[in-house]
Design a protein around this ligand. Structure first.
Ligand code: CIR
Length: 264
């Protein structure tokens, strides 16, 4: 699936709502400021549009404080979409809320039915395979169910490990192109990217490892100048987006959208 892993026509985002203050977080570093998060979110959507995306902006879902992090609800592939089964009990209902929006665009929408759990943040689709990190949210049964669902579409899955204490596999890595990964040294050291070109986050800038490539643009969190410069030096067109409020809830660039090219 060479370039289909970063060339897309569509994105789905969801505006954060007032309940964002109750969003999940590993460590309390302060209450997210909704007004500032909305400003950052608008800049994120604008950058996706600049990259060529048709962006479907969904309304806030107050019953689900973490619903702005739409990535965790589905895996979108060229052949179809798979609705996830989030491992955080407060997020379980978010996949059902996403279902009609994906069904409107894709002919084929499958679902993880459980009992296993799996979240989109643990899944990295590259030009040659789909890496799935086992984590506190994504378990062996969830990975096994996804493997079985994707087999008819011809995708090969590889199970990897999300480092302990790290929320999702993609908290620590991002796809820059079909063969290139941005990763923290701690994740790259596990050897899971053998055979890929790896660009490390700069020392002290590990928090910017969660970026996204959408067509010609790389969207990354603002405030990480050495990693930004390394990406620019490597030839990527970077757009920096404020992420201070999402970061309080362990969220980054990939969490805020589903990126895909629908197949009606
Ligand atoms: C959570 O803990 O589920 C949210 N506060 C953050 C989810 C971030 N999603 C992602 O990395 N894909």
């Amino acid at each position: 699936m060479p370039e289909t892993c970063f060339r897309f026509s569509h994105a789905i985002t969801r505006r954060p709502g007032a309940s964002i203050t109750a969003g999940l977080r590993a460590v309390d570093t302060g209450t997210p400021d909704l007004a500032l998060m909305l400003t950052h979110h608008a800049a994120y959507v604008a950058a996706l549009r600049e990259a060529g995306a048709e962006v479907i902006e969904l309304d806030a879902l107050e019953a689900y404080p973490d619903a702005v992090f739409v990535e965790d609800t589905a895996l979108c592939l060229p052949e179809g979409a798979v609705l996830m089964r989030p491992g955080a009990p407060t997020r379980l209902g978010e996949a059902a809320a996403m279902a009609p929006h994906l069904r409107a665009l894709y002919r084929e929408v499958r679902s993880i039915t459980g009992p296993g759990t799996i979240e989109g943040g643990d899944i990295l689709t590259t030009g040659r395979e789909i890496l799935v990190g086992r984590s506190a949210r994504t378990d062996a049964a969830g990975i096994a169910e996804l493997t079985a669902l994707l087999a008819p579409w011809g995708h090969s899955l590889r199970e990897v490990i999300t480092p302990p204490g790290v929320l999702h596999f993609k908290t620590d890595c991002s796809l820059l192109d079909a063969e290139t990964i941005l990763a923290t040294p701690r994740l790259a050291a596990s050897g899971c990217f053998a055979g890929y070109r790896v660009i490390h986050t700069a020392p002290g800038e590990e928090a910017c490892a969660n970026a996204i490539r959408f067509n010609e643009l790389v969207l990354m969190p603002a405030g990480f100048p050495r990693t930004r410069d390394a990406l620019a030096q490597a030839g990527y067109q970077v757009r920096e987006i404020g992420n201070s409020e999402c970061a309080k809830l362990d969220g980054g660039m990939s969490c805020l959208s589903l990126r895909f090219t629908p197949r009606p």
